[in-house]
Design a protein. Structure first.
Length: 94
């Protein structure tokens, strides 16, 4: 019984660790979105790169949903939203 409790606690610690990065890492893309919108210029932003990243994130999101992997779902919902926003801003502000 003691070993199970230790394993559950270790699992909870690693889950919390991963969830921290799942939620915070996509936030580091927000400054790119802000820069485009604030400057009303996206000349310095690669449409191909950000479109690929958005599509790849959507693929990972679908994979996470199918496999029921909560950290992937949490992370890639955010990634897909931010990267799609950057693609839209890039098209809007050429």
């Amino acid at each position: 019984m003691g070993k199970n409790t230790k394993n559950n606690k270790s699992k909870l610690n690693i889950d919390n660790f991963i969830y921290f990065f799942a939620f915070t890492t996509p936030l580091f893309e927000i400054p790119q979105f802000y820069t485009i919108v604030h400057s009303k210029s996206a000349a310095h932003v690669s449409l191909i790169t950000w479109t690929y990243l958005a599509v790849a994130s959507a693929a990972w999101l679908v994979y996470g949903i199918v496999k029921r992997v909560k950290p992937l779902i949490a992370s890639y919902v955010l990634y897909t939203a931010v990267e799609t926003g950057i693609v839209i801003a890039r098209i809007w502000f050429k």
